[in-house]
Ligand binder design. Structure first.
Ligand code: ZN
Length: 62
């Protein structure tokens, strides 16, 4: 009796891009100079993120 290969490995949804909180990247905010950590909402744009919040980003633009 042919058995199907177990190829349907369930993808476990991980928070933080599969990284543990301690392994997440962090940056220094260009406005308030405080460190901030990777956030889910930045997962596609992390390379371009320079500010810890919209407020700081707005402040930087003046
Ligand atoms: Zn800031």
């Amino acid at each position: 009796m042919p058995s199907r290969r177990a190829e349907a490995k369930t993808d476990v949804k991980t928070f933080g891009g599969g990284k543990k909180p301690s392994e997440r990247d962090s940056k220094i905010c260009a406005t308030c100079a405080k460190p901030f950590s990777w956030r889910k909402k930045w997962e596609r744009d992390w390379a371009n993120v320079r500010y810890c919040s919209d407020r700081c980003r707005a402040a930087a633009k003046g």
